[in-house]
Design a protein around this ligand. Structure first.
Ligand SMILES: Nc1ncnc2c1ncn2[C@@H]1O[C@H](COP(=O)(O)OP(=O)(O)OP(=O)(O)O)[C@@H](O)[C@H]1O
Ligand SMILES: [Mg+2]
Length: 242
C-alpha cells in the first residue's frame, strides 16, 4: 500500500533520511522507533507531504505522491494524521471538529457527517462530550477527539507521530486503547511511538531508525528479544532503564 524506494531528505546540509526503503502492506501496523533526532517524524511527514523529499520515490496505492501534479489536498484528505499536540479547532465543539472536513472537503451531507461522527465519538468513548469545546476536555480526551476527527474522513491509512508523548501518564492508556482497537479493526497504520508495550502487542512489524537510516526491521518478538545492531540494543536498554 505504501512503498518507499531510496528516499533521501536534506535539511540544508543535514542528511535527515538516507536511502530509506520500506513497504507497508494493507492492514499492516508498523511501529517506527529510534532515538531522538533519528528521523522518525521526518519520515512519517513525507508520507503526506508535510515534508518534501530530495530523492527516491514514495508511492501510495501505486501513485507516486511526490510527483509533480499530485493534488496534495486530496492526498492529505485520504490519510489520517494524529500528532503529538492535538490541534483541534478551539472555537468548534467536539462534534463540529469531527464534521468540518467531511462536509467541507468531501461534501458529505451534514446529517450524514454528524451520524458518522457520532459513531466515531462513541468508539472513542466521547459521545457524551459532543457539545463540549476542546479546552473543556482533558489531554487524553482531546487526543481521542483528534483520532475521531481524522477517522471522520474515512482514511484508508492512519499515521501517528507520538500521539501519547505529551499526555499525563494516566491518560496514555485510553489513547493507546483507541489505537489498539483501530489496529485490530484492520486499519493500515504507521505509528511513531515510544510505547514499547503497545509496539510489542499491536505492531506487525517494528522499524528501528538511527541517524536517518532504517537499521532494523523485524517482528516485535524478534526485535525485543534479539535486536541485531548495537544501536538498537542500546536503545532498548535505555528504555528498560527508564
Ligand atoms: N525543519 C527542520 N530544519 C532543520 N533540521 C530539521 C528540521 N526538522 C528536523 N530536523 C533535524 O532532522 C533530524 C531528524 O528530526 P526528526 O524530527 O525527524 O527526528 P525524530 O526521530 O522524530 O526525533 P524525536 O524522537 O525527538 O521526535 C534532527 O537532527 C532534526 O534536528
Ligand atoms: Mg519526532
Amino acid at each position: 500500500m505504501i512503498v518507499l524506494d531510496k528516499v533521501n531528505k536534506f535539511y540544508g546540509d543535514y542528511h535527515a533520511l538516507v536511502d530509506v526503503s520500506e513497504r507497508v502492506e494493507k492492514n499492516e501496523v508498523v511501529v517506527v522507533c529510534g532515538p531522538s533526532g533519528s528521523g522518525k517524524s521526518t519520515l512519517i511527514r513525507t508520507l503526506n507531504r508535510l515534508e518534501e523529499i530530495d530523492g527516491g520515490t514514495i508511492s501510495i496505492d501505486g501513485r507516486e505522491i511526490h510527483a509533480k501534479g499530485t493534488n496534495v489536498d486530496r492526498l492529505r484528505a485520504g490519510i489520517g494524521f494524529v500528532f503529538q499536540h492535538f490541534n483541534l479547532f478551539p472555537h468548534l465543539t467536539v462534534l463540529e471538529n469531527c464534521t468540518l472536513a467531511p462536509v467541507n472537503l468531501k461534501r458529505a451531507s451534514s446529517s450524514e457527517a454528524r451520524d458518522y461522527a457520532m459513531t466515531l465519538l462513541e468508539q472513542v468513548g466521547l459521545a457524551h462530550k459532543r457539545d463540549a469545546y476542546p479546552n473543556a476536555l482533558s489531554g487524553g480526551q482531546q487526543q481521542r477527539v483528534a483520532i475521531a476527527r481524522a477517522l471522520a474522513m474515512r482514511p484508508p491509512i492512519m499515521l501517528f507521530d507520538e500521539p501519547t508523548s505529551a499526555l499525563d501518564p494516566e491518560m496514555v492508556g485510553e489513547v493507546l486503547g483507541v489505537m489498539r482497537s483501530l489496529a485490530h479493526g484492520g486499519m493500515t497504520m504507521v505509528c511513531v511511538t515510544h510505547e514499547m508495550g503497545f509496539a510489542r502487542e499491536v505492531a506487525d512489524r517494528i522499524v528501528f531508525m538511527s541517524e536517518g537510516r532504517i537499521l532494523e526491521r523485524a517482528k516485535p518478538e524478534d526485535f525485543f528479544a534479539n535486536p541485531q545492531t548495537p544501536r538498537a540494543q542500546q536503545f532498548l536498554a535505555d528504555r528498560r532503564r527508564s
